[in-house]
Each structure stands twice: as structure tokens, then as C-alpha cells.
Design a protein around this ligand. Structure first.
Ligand SMILES: Cc1cc2nc3c(=O)[nH]c(=O)nc-3n(C[C@H](O)[C@H](O)[C@H](O)COP(=O)(O)OP(=O)(O)OC[C@H]3O[C@@H](n4cnc5c(N)ncnc54)[C@H](O)[C@@H]3O)c2cc1C
Length: 484
């Protein structure tokens, strides 16, 4: 019997994971990627002896990568190696406070007590609440289609409904954190988790307190050869299984017969398929590939300006992950999610330095800095002006805190902004995580993994269950389970 044929549009992490899962179901699988290499937002570049991971830097839930190797009957160690971090993040505040948190909650509690001089039990309780929310909801919100009646008829959802008060669905993440934590700096730290899916803690529901569990409960990890090795190892696995990748192969249109998807057009040629899985941004899929339809994204997630700096010095006080908080955190989010594009005078800065783990990522006595500030998605703002002004503020702030003229240490520089993110990966307005979670119902407003068109499915950060590597991997699982 000839195998069924699946075409995947896009080699982002969701597309690659879908390719592996569909191949393991016995399908013939072809991936069409518009650019010349796989990865989408999870990408890399090399310059002047430095290697930079361009997108994600925080790697959580490696079990979903492990699962792909296990179901393919391959040893992960032949493809991919990663390690767990003892320290999850360094936090710098404008008043000079410096706090580190760890994967080990007891160790973090000692640090909270020592540095903030407070009872660390509320911190522990908040971490435990995060675990509780995760355990109550992950099976329903993350592992299943929210758009199928059968999900709501399961025992799990009934159990979750009973625990609704503890899930903090009806307060904002900020209010929930403020009422449970005993120090404003801890509130700021726990509010920041909203940015992990591009949302505003002053608007997003308290149920987003699920996110800290990924970091504090499961821990943070780092692939030994850098974040991009997630892509290269999964692409190698897919190729070994027999998946075909076509690069420089943009899909221009999905073809239909009545309401059934039958194939795609790429570089002027028609390719037929039994199933089509689009890993392209959902709005782009509707506006450009289905054409006569459009999909409205009610509240896109945040985007970012990122500087990739080669720094000619090593900084002892910095680790892999570092946050330099803004003084006025609330107005920063107002700027990002309202009219302005960035927090102007004092942005929160995230710095990831992968050469702390992999010395090959920078020449001797140097570091590769990934310096990111959150911004709005692109609504036509003047990003050149924002970028230049932001750079000034970032350098000023870092130079004061690190007591060093950072501008003088930059030996190589590249950048991304919302416009470049959109042109590199087709994400709507350059938003990093599809739609934001800035309302109680936002989880239900994401597009489903299936479509009203027969045989057309959707995978990746702009659809259910959401953005970020683990959720994109789970969307691939949901899609493959929906294809019978
Ligand atoms: C700066 C930044 C920082 C981030 N930080 C983190 C982090 O720390 N941790 C984390 O987990 N996540 C993070 N993320 C989010 C994470 O990168 C994304 O959620 C995830 O990589 C998205 O994967 P995806 O499957 O949606 O595909 P995408 O990465 O969106 O890729 C889609 C692919 O489809 C291709 N494509 C689109 N249209 C077509 C077409 N018509 N024809 C052919 N090909 C097409 C594109 O070229 C692209 O390669 C970050 C993202 C960015 C940009």
C-alpha cells in the first residue's frame, strides 16, 4: 500500500517535530521551508569568532525533545546533549540589590532570606502554587485540543473546575503575586514570567503563575552545543527517519477542492498531499496561503529588540541568564502594550551569555551577549529610532550597574527588531509568541490545531497551546494525534 503523504509548511520547531511524528505514523513527509535553513525563530549566526543563538535562550521541559527520540527508537545521546543548570537567573535591581535564584527551591529560599531579609516561606508557597496549577491544568490546557468537546467531558477538566479558586483565573497575575508575596522585588520577579509568553502581568490572568514551575520545579537546561543544536539534532533525526526537507521553497498557496486541502504550490509547482500541516504563523496562513480568508489576531504578543554583542571581556558577576529590572516596571508594560513601542528611559534588560557554558561560542577572554528588551509588535513605529535610543539607555544602565563602559567593549554587533523578526520568520508583526494571554479567555481564542478545511492542520507558536519551544513541541503532538 502506498503511504499517505503529509506536507509540512515551515521548518520551525513545531514543523520539524510534526515531521518526525508524522513519519513515525508511517507517512511520506516533505517539509517546505521558505528560508535556506531550518529553525525559524530558533536560529543562529556566526560572526568574527562569535556564535550567537538568535532566538530562544531559555530551555525548559527537555522531556518533550526526549520523547521524539524515544518514539523514533533512537538514542538521544547519539544526537543531542544537554545539561541542567544549578542557577536559573541573576536579578539586578536599580538600588544595587543583586539576587540569584536556583533550580533548588531550598537554595533559593536561603538567598531570598539573606538578600531581601524576609521570611522566605511565601516565596516557597508561590512556587508550590505554580506546581499545583501545572499539575491541575497541563493535561487539559497543554496536551489536548481545547477546541474539542471530548476534552471537556474528561474527568481531568471536572477535577480542575473544582480547583478554580486556587488557579487564580479571575485576578491578574500581578494582583495574585502582590497578594501572596511579601516583597515588591519578588512580585517583580514573579510578574516577569508573563513575558515568557509575551503578555502583560498587569492584564494576564493569575493562572499564568503556571510558568515559574517550569523554571523552579523542572529547572532550566542548556544544550551543550547551544540552542541551535536543538534544531540541527531534530533535523538530523528527521532525515535519518526519511523525512525530506526542501529549502528556499516558500509555499505560495494551499490548494483546495471544495473544503478539502489537496496540496500546495511552491516555486510555481503543485505538490499533492493527503494532509497539510502549516507551521507558518496562523494569520499569514489565512491571509497568504488560504487567500480568500483572513484571521484576526485580537491581541498579538510582545516582540523584542535584540542586540547581539561580542564583548571583549569576561564578567564574573554575570551568569548564563541575567535580568536587569526597570525601576518603573508597570509603566514599562503600559508603553509596550499601548501606543509606544518600547520602554524608553529605563527598560528591563535580559542578557543571555551562552559562552558561559560553551567556550567555543566566543574567542578567548570574550563573551557573546544576547541583549534583549521587550517591545510592542510592529504597528508601524519608527524602529530605527527606538533601536538607537534603546541602545543608549541600555549601555548607560549596564555601565552604571557593571561599573564598566560597556560601549567600549563591543567588538561586533548585529540586531533584530520586530520588522526583521517578521521578515525572517513570517510572524505577524514580529510578535514572538502568536497572541498574548492578556485576557481571561485568551487561551480559548488561539486558533485550534485543526481547521474547518478537511486535511489542513496548524502547528507552532501562533496556535494552541501557545508559543515557546515546549508548547510548540506539544502542538506537534496534538496535531499528529488528531490525524487519524
Ligand atoms: C528573540 C526571541 C526569544 C525567544 N525566547 C524564547 C525562550 O527563551 N524560550 C522559548 O521556549 N521560546 C522562546 N522564543 C519563542 C520561540 O522561539 C518560538 O515560540 C518558537 O521557536 C516558534 O516555533 P514555530 O514552530 O512556531 O515556528 P517559527 O519559528 O515561527 O518558524 C516558522 C517557519 O516557517 C517558515 N515559513 C513560514 N511561512 C512559510 C511558507 N509560506 N512557506 C515555507 N515556509 C514558511 C519560516 O521561514 C520559519 O522557518 C523566543 C523567540 C524569539 C524570536
Amino acid at each position: 500500500m502506498t503511504p499517505q503523504k503529509t506536507i509540512i509548511i515551515g521548518a520551525g520547531i513545531g514543523g520539524i517535530a510534526s515531521a518526525i511524528r508524522m513519519k513515525n505514523k508511517g507517512h511520506k513527509v516533505i517539509v517546505f521551508e521558505a528560508s535556506d535553513k531550518a529553525g525559524g525563530k530558533l536560529n543562529e549566526f556566526k560572526e568574527n569568532g562569535f556564535r550567537f543563538d538568535m532566538g530562544p535562550s531559555l530551555f525548559t521541559m527537555p522531556q518533550y525533545i526526549e520523547e521524539l527520540f524515544k518514539q523514533s527508537n533512537k538514542h538521544i545521546s547519539n544526537y543531542f546533549e544537554y545539561q541542567k543548570h544549578e542557577k536559573s537567573c541573576n536579578y539586578f535591581f536599580n538600588d544595587g540589590t543583586f539576587l540569584s535564584l536556583y533550580s533548588d527551591v531550598e537554595k533559593s529560599m536561603q538567598e531570598v532570606k539573606k538578600i531581601l531579609n524576609i521570611d522566605p516561606k511565601p516565596f516557597k508557597k508561590r512556587v508550590e502554587n505554580s506546581k499545583y496549577i501545572y499539575e491541575k491544568t497541563n493535561n487539559i490546557f497543554l496536551h489536548k485540543s481545547l477546541h474539542k468537546l471530548s476534552t471537556y467531558l474528561s474527568k481531568g477538566i471536572l477535577r480542575s473546575i473544582v480547583s478554580i479558586p486556587k488557579l487564580s483565573i479571575f485576578s491578574t497575575l500581578h494582583k495574585s503575586n502582590e497578594s501572596k508575596l511579601n516583597h515588591p522585588k519578588l512580585v517583580q520577579i514573579f510578574d516577569r514570567y508573563a513575558t515568557y509568553n509575551g503578555s502583560n502581568p498587569y492584564k494576564a490572568p493569575g493562572i499564568l503563575n503556571i510558568i515559574p514551575h517550569l523554571e523552579n520545579g523542572y529547572g532550566t537546561f542548556f544544550p551543550k552545543k547551544g540552542m541551535y543544536s536543538i534544531v540541527t539534532s531534530l533535523v538530523q533525526l528527521a532525515i535519518d527517519l526519511g523525512v525530506e526537507f526542501k529549502y528556499n521553497a516558500p509555499v505560495g498557496q494551499i490548494k483546495f477542492e471544495k473544503r478539502k486541502a489537496t496540496g500546495i504550490m511552491s516555486n510555481g509547482e503543485f505538490y499533492d498531499a493527503d494532509f497539510i500541516i502549516s507551521n507558518s504563523d496562523i494569520k499569514k496562513t489565512y491571509d497568504h496561503l488560504i487567500k480568500h480568508k483572513t484571521f484576526e489576531v485580537k491581541s498579538p504578543s510582545s516582540s523584542a529588540i535584540i542586540f547581539y554583542w561580542g564583548i571583549s571581556k569576561k564578567f564574573k558577576q554575570l551568569d548564563l541568564h541575567n535580568i536587569f529590572f526597570a525601576e518603573d516596571y508597570k509603566s514599562e508594560f503600559e508603553n509596550i502594550f499601548n501606543n509606544k513601542g518600547v520602554a524608553y528611559s529605563d527598560p528591563t534588560i535580559y542578557i543571555n551569555i551562552s559562552s558561559k557554558c560553551n567556550s567555543k561560542d566566543a574567542p578567548n577572554d570574550s563573551e557573546n551577549w544576547f541583549v534583549m528588551i521587550n517591545t510592542s509588535w510592529n504597528k508601524g513605529q519608527d524602529w530605527n529610532q527606538y533601536r538607537e535610543e534603546s541602545k543608549k539607555f541600555i549601555l548607560k544602565k549596564l555601565s552604571v550597574i557593571l561599573k564598566e563602559d560597556i560601549g567600549k567593549l563591543i567588538v561586533t554587533e548585529q540586531y533584530l527588531d520586530p520588522i526583521k523578526i517578521e521578515s525572517n520568520t513570517s510572524s505577524h508583526g514580529g510578535s514572538l509568541y502568536g497572541s498574548s494571554s492578556n485576557s481571561k479567555t485568551s487561551a480559548f481564542l488561539r486558533h485550534s490545531n485543526f481547521s474547518k478545511y478537511k486535511n489542513l492542520f496548524h502547528v507552532g507558536g501562533s496556535v494552541h497551546p501557545g508559543g515557546g519551544i515546549p508548547l510548540c513541541l506539544l502542538s506537534a503532538k496534538i496535531v499528529s494525534e488528531n490525524i487519524k
